[in-house]
Design a protein around this ligand. Structure first.
Ligand code: CUA
Length: 308
């Protein structure tokens, strides 16, 4: 089912056909019942019309068979929709472990991307064909939504937390990237392209730019520049927790609750450290909200990843 209708955008990702099949199933069921109900409304109106002034209708006292039929059939159909929809959703929500990682930041009114090697782009995203790509999204201001119709993926980018979207493009080309959440005056201009390239061509493209500082290196420099290292020491008594191996680990908070120190936790702990204090430490870390940009937070997270 390459191009079912000319109205549809082309299918250019591994999930596109799955999404379309589900969509067509929902459309088919809706159309079938809309038609059936129309035909029955008109048919019954004609068949059971009042034929004379003195006609008295036969009362109906219900039919168990009919009740069972119109309960069981819709139940079956909605269960198919539920499990099929859940299967497609889980596929969309679970990136393959070997996915290439890109960070994306939405901002009034542009998309900013950074590749793992440090290469930055605005309103354009270059990716290799036949490789899963995972984008960690955030926003610098309001809610935006990352939407690539040809890939059948759409994911909100929210201020204050990370979201994730992944896709595997199946053919080279240039595809529309839209912001699908009204985000202000120039929302309609918040558009760009995803450029899908053959692997060789992609490597060439990556190599073609002046060598960029990797996010991890930028994060390390920033870590020193902001003075983080003065409290987060790797040995001895320190004011802040040792950060080696923190990312992804389970941590115990002052009030006894356990948290997973994922990217969202780390982000919050940089921007607003008083919210969740690790057991055994004092709430002495300054607030970095407004002092570092979303991209700098991404750099710091990349640096933390290198600490193991
Ligand atoms: Cu960003 Cu609409």
């Amino acid at each position: 089912m390459k191009k079912f209708l000319p109205l549809f955008p082309e299918q250019a990702s591994t999930v596109a056909n799955d999404v379309d099949l589900l969509f067509w199933f929902l459309m088919g069921v809706s159309a079938f019942f809309a038609l059936l109900i129309c035909v029955l409304v008109v048919g019954f109106a004609v068949r059971y019309r009042r034929r004379s002034e003195i006609e008295v209708p036969q009362p109906i006292h219900g039919s168990l068979a009919l009740e069972v039929v119109w309960t069981v059939i819709p139940l079956g159909l909605t269960m198919v929709m539920f499990f099929w929809g859940a299967a497609v959703y889980f596929r969309l929500a679970t990136p393959p472990p070997d996915a290439e990682e890109v960070t994306g930041v939405g901002k009034q009114w542009m998309w900013k991307f950074q590749h793992a090697d440090g290469r930055r782009e605005i309103n354009e995203l270059h990716v290799p064909v036949d490789r899963p790509v995972k984008i960690r999204l955030s926003s610098e201001d309001v809610i935006h939504s990352f939407y690539v119709p040809a890939f059948r993926v759409k994911q909100d980018a929210l201020p204050g937390r990370y979201t994730m979207v992944w896709f595997e493009a199946t053919r080279p080309g240039r595809y529309h990237l839209f912001c699908a959440e009204y985000c202000g005056t120039e929302h309609s201009k918040m558009i760009g392209s995803v450029v899908v390239m053959e692997p060789g061509e992609y490597q060439q493209w990556l190599a073609g730019a002046p060598p960029a500082r990797s996010p991890a290196a930028a994060g390390e420099a920033l870590f020193t520049e902001l003075g983080c290292h003065t409290c987060h020491k790797s040995e001895g008594t320190a004011l802040g927790p040792n950060l080696a191996g923190v990312l992804g680990s389970a941590r115990k908070l002052k009030d006894g609750t356990m948290v997973t120190a994922d990217e969202g936790y780390v982000r919050e702990s940089i921007l607003n450290p008083q919210v969740k204090i690790i057991e055994g430490f004092l709430p002495v870390m300054p607030i970095f909200q407004g002092r570092v940009t979303e991209e700098q937070v991404n750099d710091l997270i990349a640096y933390l990843k290198t600490l193991g």
